[in-house]
Design a binder for this molecule. Structure first.
Ligand code: ZN
Length: 431
């Protein structure tokens, strides 16, 4: 495996190769990088040069597409070069349209194949995709990655959750790919129907789309429900499949062979051990992102991985999105910290958190659906655990099973009814 210096050198070489067509043909980046004095690939010949490049934000891209419909000015090639269009889910504002060429599509598949191979998936595996093939990149590129590995693909769109559980038991897939939220839904449906998913042939679960598989207690719950090893994965429509876990399962590897990563303090832009992930993808010259502010928050693992890879890792995966951070009773935290505490209790089937502010008082209410057990004891234990983990007083109460919303893809369990102003002083919770 390459050493870190070789990885950096190779990243710069790949970046220069991509900048060649981009600086010539991509109006958006030619102007943006030109304003920073970059006119030729040779102007970015080291990591120091790279770190001087201007960052790209999602709002810049959405504004550019709005002004120049339908694709904006950040395409590099004429329209006939592109073979597939996707768009973002719009969870954080406007949707973005994204185009891929045959070359970038092959690259996306290669990145996903890395995700599978890193967890020991081979051509002998049968991979179950329990979702419909909508306009989002992740579903299609995941299948393209599976095809590259040579595994048998089992598409399971257009089925109910119960039909999917039955298909897992009958068709005996060995690998499941879906969001952690949907995996919990499948587990719940199976339990209600008296079907045993833990006794299925599944041996590997790969969970993209949101923090979950990187949250220790959430991972433990999923492993128990499916009788499979659970792995984290991260990617996005704009960037591609950038994160993978290895069999050491001790953090999310940054795929530094195909992307350049920085972890930066979002306020100062300085390099930090913990902060916002800023990414450049190196295999998507037709519609690239260069120093893209992802809004994802992570902490660099301080040690190299037992697997021997030179690629750095995020300890605990993506902790959350910057715009999903909550500040309550003077403490700032990500929803994943709360989830980690709640999922320690296997009696909890679903939960929802609501923050309300009355004058100087912040109230945070946690509603729990409890499948079994002594409700009063569980409620007081969860409240005490949250107080200990965060220093925040939660009002915890039980609600009947089946009354909280279930989410088909990504969960929205946290609602801040009136976010505090940015000026509110806060302290970070211990993690
Ligand atoms: Zn590793």
């Amino acid at each position: 495996m390459d050493d870190p210096a070789t990885v950096r050198r190779e990243q710069i070489r790949r970046l220069q190769g991509m900048l060649e067509p981009v600086l010539r043909e991509n109006a958006f980046y030619r102007a943006k990088l030109g304003r920073a004095g970059v006119r030729a690939p040779a102007d970015v010949s080291s990591m120091e040069d790279y770190r001087q490049l201007p960052m790209t934000t999602k709002s810049e891209l959405t504004q550019d597409q709005a002004r120049n419909p339908p694709f904006g000015t950040f395409t590099t090639y004429p329209p006939e070069r592109y073979i597939q269009e996707h768009h973002t889910s719009g969870t954080t504002g406007q949707t973005l349209r994204w185009l891929d060429t045959a070359e970038s599509w092959a690259w996306l598949a290669k990145c996903w194949a890395r995700v599978f191979r890193a967890v020991g998936v081979t051509a002998a595996d049968r991979i179950f995709f329990p979702f419909s093939f909508g306009p989002y990149l992740g579903t299609w590129s995941g299948v393209a990655g599976a095809r590259r590995v040579g595994s048998l693909i089992l598409p399971a769109g257009g089925l109910s959750s119960l039909e999917r559980v039955r298909a897992i038991l009958e068709h005996r897939p060995t690998v499941l790919v879906c969001t952690p939220t949907y995996a919990f839904r499948l587990a719940e449906v199976a339990e209600d129907a008296g079907l045993d998913l833990a006794g299925s042939a599944l041996r590997v679960n790969v969970h993209p789309g949101e923090p979950g598989a990187g949250i220790p207690s959430t991972r433990a719950r999923l492993q128990e429900a499916f009788g499979a090893q659970v792995f984290d994965h991260a990617g996005s429509t704009e960037v591609g499949a950038w994160g993978f876990e290895c069999e050491a399962r001790d953090g999310l590897h940054l795929h530094e062979g195909e992307f350049i990563f920085e972890v930066l303090d979002p306020d100062t832009g300085a390099a930090a051990a913990e902060g916002e992930l800023v990414i450049t993808n190196l295999g998507r010259a037709g519609m690239p992102v260069i120093r893209y502010r992802t809004g994802d928050w992570g902490r660099l693992h301080p040690r190299p991985c037992a697997c021997g890879s030179a690629f750095r890792r995020l300890d605990g995966g993506v902790r959350g999105r910057l715009d999903q951070r909550l500040t309550v009773q003077g403490v700032t935290f990500f929803p994943s910290v709360v989830e980690n505490v709640i999922r320690r209790r296997r009696e909890v089937r679903e939960f929802a958190v609501d923050v309300r502010r009355r004058g100087n008082r912040d109230d945070i209410e946690l509603r729990l659906e409890l499948g079994s057990g002594d409700a009063d004891r569980i409620l007081s234990r969860v409240a005490a655990d949250l107080r200990e983990a965060l220093g925040v007083r939660f009002d915890v109460r039980a609600v009947p099973v089946g009354t909280l919303p279930r989410f088909p893809v990504k969960a929205r369990r946290f609602t801040d009814h009136q976010p505090p102003s940015a000026a509110t002083s806060s302290r970070e919770c211990p993690r």
